[in-house]
Design a protein around this ligand. Sequence first.
Ligand code: IMP
Length: 422
Amino acid sequence: MNTVVLGLQWGDEGKGKAIDYLAGAFDVVARFQGGHNAGHTVYYQGRKVVLHVLPSGIFYPACLAVIAHGVVVQPLQLVEEIRNARALGLTLQNLALSENAPLILPFHQQLDVVFEDSRYQRIGTTRRGIGPAYEDVIGRRALFVGDLLQENVFRAKIAPLAEYYNRLFGAYGHASENLDQAIEQYLQAGQFLKPHVADTTRLLQRSFVEKKNILFEGAQGSLLDINLGTYPFVTSSNTTIAGVFSGTGLSPKAVDRVIGISKAYATRVGEGPFPTELKDDSGRDLRERGNEYGATTGRPRRVGWLDLVALKHAVQINGVDSLFLTKLDVLDDLSEIRVATAYEDESGSSDRFPPHADALDRVRPVYQALPGWRQALGASRRLGDLPAKVRSYIAFIEEFTGARVGHISVGGEREQTIEVPG
Ligand code: IMP
């Protein structure tokens, strides 16, 4: 069954664990958007591994792991990630990288930093050059993985682009970087990556025709979507279901099921509105208990209560069939658990999710308090193992969002996952 796995919050929902849990049942795992701004934490042979661009399929040698053309690729970072994976004993013969994936070039990262430090409204990006690289795609001047494999083409295309960026940096009063060394490194990285480079749209279409099971691995979360998220505090790709199609070249007919991942509470890194944020000691406690520090940047995450208004919105825009609820065990010690069921502002109360950040910034959450279970859930393996209070908490989420909870995660290990029969 071809399955899309999407984060439904602001990223960091525990997609790494969920995808790793599900990936064994698939013939193909494909990343379709984002770049090395993502950090998927998985445990492989007892070791913690953080994947940034490599799909989780790399852990299964029989699985084709695809980086499709919707992903922006920083070749030096990808080479390093592949080397790290090989050091774990993985051959990566099963990795395919799209020849049409746009490149993140040195000036993209420099521009991301310059913008973050200078613009009137900081986004709190990962400073990896993701936004500027996607801007070049929309601006129709991007370079692609395929260009990197032909030295003359790469040199000819990067020169005018470097000139363009030099002018931009000059206007901001910044010196431009000398690219000579970077160009050599990029070309070398291209040769390293060459055995993996492929027409991934064709590979995926063939897999679809041959009725292989495909897992589409989302990165970040729906509320960070460039079109549907809390703009402008978003990432620069479609993190929602639409990204699957533009990012792989497969049609909606290739998707049988959408699984949405949500934590049992909420987190956000970077700037932007977060109605249920806990700014007091309870937030600090939750951050420590949930170890809420960025997998990519190490930044402490902002934490808060589960926002069901936002979750329902994410369920609806993605057509989510079932929820994968993660980190439920982090709430084990709480005597009371809150969930937001509406927003309030000067015009009254509503369960509508406002489309723009400034409107969302003005709302106050209306909470429903649910009783905590005050019991360790880490050893639970079946729905029946869970206390009645946990089951009513889950039923409440299902009823509010209209999506069933199909999986519940009660710890970092693969086996600490409860499958809820449909
Ligand atoms: P960018 O993707 O680096 O441009 O950052 C834009 C926004 O998305 C910032 O608020 C980042 O913190 C956030 N972001 C990007 N990637 C992730 C992620 O994998 N997890 C959580 N937040 C992310």
